[in-house]
Design a protein around this ligand. Structure first.
Ligand SMILES: [Ca+2]
Ligand SMILES: [Ca+2]
Ligand SMILES: [Ca+2]
Ligand SMILES: [Ca+2]
Length: 562
């Protein structure tokens, strides 16, 4: 089934388009996912049946060979086979089918953010050093917006490499944050955190439109890769992959709703542009793409004007029962009636409840973590309309889902390109291949590998949850022991229980309400190689202050493996 579905995707490419959303609709002329006007065919309707498959809702636009018979559709489905497998035959086993990442907010500098600290180059600064023969600037301005930002960035642009410069200046108009102009006509010049974000650059702009297909179409980087003397860490490589997926070819279904408020007419029908994807096409695509085949699927899970693209990983039908027209009318909030007026071709009606699992964003990290910490679910409730053969021919959301269903669905078809003119997707693909290759290419024990977090983290007072400081560890090879140091400022250290965890499992208690009324804690513990086990992963220091009044912060965590 997988092969036949894939083989027909090309024919259903009625509207291959460059996906450029999760960004801004200011860029006039660009086709956003769900912009039905960008399609080749304005399309006919569905014979006036508001819940039938009209052009925007026709599942055949995503694939020509779909199963429509409800009894043949699996009640659960899950992406289990990595889409990227054939592209990376040498990838080591066990890499997750998808990966979480940050959406690299434009307001924070996008892929030119020095996310590992002011003294470590950004992913694109590293790219310039490795491939564009440019060592770039020693420092980056500390503020992306604000009163002194223009002068600082003007200086930066004189030494920055081309890829870094373009991303900060031109990508999603990010340069407006520091150009000395009041671009949005309010809150002043280059303002930070104004009513529109940073002088009009909204905080939700970023590259989730690139992350969503990339997380399904490329394997998650597994270890750092050094090219031309420049080391790209796992988190850097993920940023570069997103950069290379700024434009992605795709097939899509459903129009993009541009309304902030969704309104309904007397029949309970949403304004047309916000009515799709209808419940019938949603069910057909989920069940075929994830239940029958193993195909990449991305949703905009926000029905209104916001666009939040998320990879869809799983669905489970929790209720599927034939119901009367009276009950169906009740479910969709229609006036009591024994007739179903929304689609007169419907011979049977089914009530369905379904839970959909999607992949959510994470922070940038050098630890490959797949998606185990980053899934969320949505529940939907709807009526499916079936014909005499039992095939789904449409559907309508029940009142509890009428304003909270998926806006549009899309499936990447394989080609992608960066919009940054100084980034070459082929170079990034080579880095990915090296990062995921089964042969580790050397390594072994060497000098101590240190991982430190120095950003202060406040410890909530008298709170059992406490605070957890994450220290992602990657690239450590061989059998190693660990020395862990934790520094805490606090006015009563006897309040504190401090533990070291690895991948959520407690490894060592560092301090258990010890020290009485003494101030501050500077504690070091050691773990033997057998206590460490696998060094790479998600190490955490958890601090709980379980007595009221005295407070403090974690000021530093350092892990040293040797
Ligand atoms: Ca400005
Ligand atoms: Ca302004
Ligand atoms: Ca939306
Ligand atoms: Ca829609």
């Amino acid at each position: 089934m997988r092969t036949s579905l894939l083989a027909t995707l090309g024919f259903s490419l009625l509207s291959s388009f460059a996906v450029t959303a999760c960004a801004t609709d200011e860029e006039a002329g660009e086709c956003l996912p769900g912009d039905i006007d960008c399609a080749d065919d304005a399309g006919g309707g569905a014979d006036g049946k508001s819940d039938g498959f009209d052009y925007k809702n026709d599942p055949a636009r995503m694939s020509q060979r779909l199963e429509y018979k409800l009894s043949a559709l699996p009640k659960k489905g899950e992406l289990k086979t990595a889409i990227w497998k054939a592209k990376y035959p040498n990838a080591k086993p066990g890499i997750a089918v998808a990966w979480a990442d940050t959406y690299w907010p434009s307001a924070d500098g996008s892929h030119n953010n020095r996310w590992q600290g002011a003294s470590t180059k950004s992913p694109l600064e590293k790219y310039d050093a490795a491939f564009n023969n440019s060592q770039g600037c020693a420092t980056q301005p500390s503020e992306i917006c604000g009163p002194g930002a223009k002068a600082a960035w003007d200086t930066y642009y004189t030494c920055a490499g081309p890829a870094a410069k373009w991303q900060s200046k031109s990508f999603q108009n990010a340069g407006k944050m520091h150009d000395g102009i009041d671009n949005n006509g309010k809150d002043g010049v280059d303002e930070c955190n104004g009513s529109d974000g940073n002088d009009g650059v909204a905080t939700w702009w970023g590259t989730c439109h690139a992350w969503s297909p990339a997380a399904l179409m490329e394997p998650e980087p597994q270890r750092p890769v050094t090219v031309n003397g420049v080391e790209f860490t796992v988190g850097d490589i993920k940023a570069l992959i997103q950069n290379a997926y700024d434009s992605t070819s795709a097939v899509m279904l459903g129009g993009r709703c541009n309304a902030e408020e969704i309104t309904h007419d007397v029949n309970g029908s949403a304004n047309a542009e916000c009515a799709d994807v209808n419940a019938g096409s949603f069910h057909i695509i989920l069940a075929n793409f994830l239940g029958i085949a193993q195909l990449p699927l991305v949703e905009d899970r926000t029905q209104n004007f916001e666009v939040w693209n998320q990879p869809v990983l799983k669905y489970e039908v929790t209720k599927q029962a034939e119901i009367s027209k009276t009950r169906a009318n009740e479910c969709v909030g229609a006036p009591a009636s024994t007739t179903w007026k929304y689609n007169t071709n419907a011979k049977k009606l089914y009530e369905v409840r379904i839970t959909v699992t999607y992949l959510s964003e994470s922070s940038a990290s050098n630890t490959p973590h797949g998606f185990q910490y980053n899934t969320s679910t949505d529940d939907y409730h709807y009526i499916l309309e079936l014909n005499t053969e039992g095939k789904v021919l449409g559907g309508r959301y029940c009142t509890d889902s009428a304003n909270s269903h998926v806006d549009f669905l899309w499936s990447p078809t394989g080609s992608n390109r960066p919009s940054n003119p100084s980034v070459d997707a082929a170079k990034i693909k080579e880095i990915i291949a090296k990062s995921v290759a089964a042969d580790s290419g050397g390594g072994g024990t060497g000098p101590a590998r240190e991982f430190a977090v120095t950003a202060p983290a406040a410890i909530p007072d008298n709170n059992a949850t406490g605070v957890t400081v994450d220290v992602p560890v990657t690239g450590v090879t061989g059998t190693v022991g660990l020395t862990a140091n934790v520094k805490i400022t606090h006015t009563y250290r006897g309040d504190l229980k401090v533990t070291l965890l690895k991948d959520g499992v407690e490894k060592k208690v560092i301090s258990n309400n010890e020290g009485g009324s003494a101030d501050n804690l500077d504690a070091t513990v050691t773990l033997s190689a057998s206590e460490v086990g696998t060094a790479n992963g998600r190490w955490q220091v958890k601090v709980v202050d379980n007595a009221a009044q005295d407070t403090g912060s974690v000021t530093g965590v350092k892990l040293s493996f040797q």
